[in-house]
Design a binder for this molecule. Sequence first.
Ligand code: HAM
Length: 409
Amino acid sequence: MSAIQKIKGFADLFPEDARCFTHMEATAREVFSRFGFGELRTPVLERTELFAKGIGEDTDVVGKEMYTFVDRGERSLTLRPEATAGVLRAAIEAGGIEQGRATRYYTFGPMFRYERPQKGRMRQFHQINAELIGSPEPQADVEVILMLEDFLSSLGIQDLCFELNSLGCRECRPAYRSALTSYFEALDHEKLCEDCRRRMHTNPLRVLDCKVPACKALVADAPIIGEHTCAGCRDHFTAVLALVDKAGLKYTLNPRLVRGLDYYQRTTFEVTSGAIGAQTAVAGGGRYDGLVQLLGGPDAPGVGFACGMERLAMLMEKPEAPQPDFFLAVTDPRAIDTAILLAHKLRARALSGECDYTSGSMKSRLRHAGRIKAKKCYIIGADEFESGQVTVKDMDDGEQLKLDIAAFD
Ligand code: HAM
């Protein structure tokens, strides 16, 4: 009978990779708390309407990629495809969003999107997410961007490109939408995919981030939002760029950066790397004024970002496994209890290590102790068992001595 395998697009994280994730989380905690952000953990499962409303029905994420099912209580539920909607839902529900006051949350965890898996693109992936809710000021956008930069450089990741754009607001977006619709109407729009033929009328911005190659080719010369933004948006973006310049952050303006979620307004950004294959975005975010209200909360603006942990892991140096203080090998079956109790005493002295009572040869056990870089190898064989002693071998200089086990009491 063949063994059961994991689901396509889902991954197991063994210690080497899990250490990378733990390191990213610890670094995020450290950096984000310096910016006054607190950790918020939200459920992986939410009501489907939260994402349909928040992310937008016409987005690929909602239209094609969600893991949605009806539960035993006949409710339509969805595994979160991103964190922002859930974070805002939680903050609104807890009454944590007050007008005129900024609230800062970060969150980590698995997200789920039914995309075609490839290098750097998973169906279950992990994000590190941060939201600054309540500040309309351009300085809030910059603070969030600087926090992201601080985090990425604390991980030692280099050669990243920050791309910035402004997507306009409720005031100026309608003119841009009509310009886009006219552009698509004038084209041979029969070549667009079925979704985009609909979206060019209902939500033409979404045609711009369609992943279908034929659509990608047709949007190459589409009008850009920058030609349609209102004075308020232009001033906001100018202030963002001026402060980013003052802070010394290098960036590229990308007038074609639209992001794949409907909630963005004004500043949007992505951080890309040329070193991870076709999926170049390691982080993305922006301002989402109007979203809190759309989800039933007060009229509070917000700005945030999320990093893809799998993609960051590809760019990071893998942290070394912690070096164990001891490796305790038992070569006489009578000594197993003694060894377990000795290891327990060593651990009570804050030493770490494993107790090996397998039946392998001493040579292979010592090889293993070397491989895991144990500082000392403790051995209890027949002689030691009978004399109530343990042999301790220093793995650095090979020096060996015998100690009374009772001395560890
Ligand atoms: P997003 O651009 O959809 O934004 O995702 C953020 C990051 O998650 C991407 O840049 C990428 O690194 C990673 N990611 C997305 N999908 C996958 C996947 N299938 N496999 C591996 N990694 C993936 C958001 O999710 C927004 N909620 C970000 C945000 C927070 N905006 C404001 N606040």
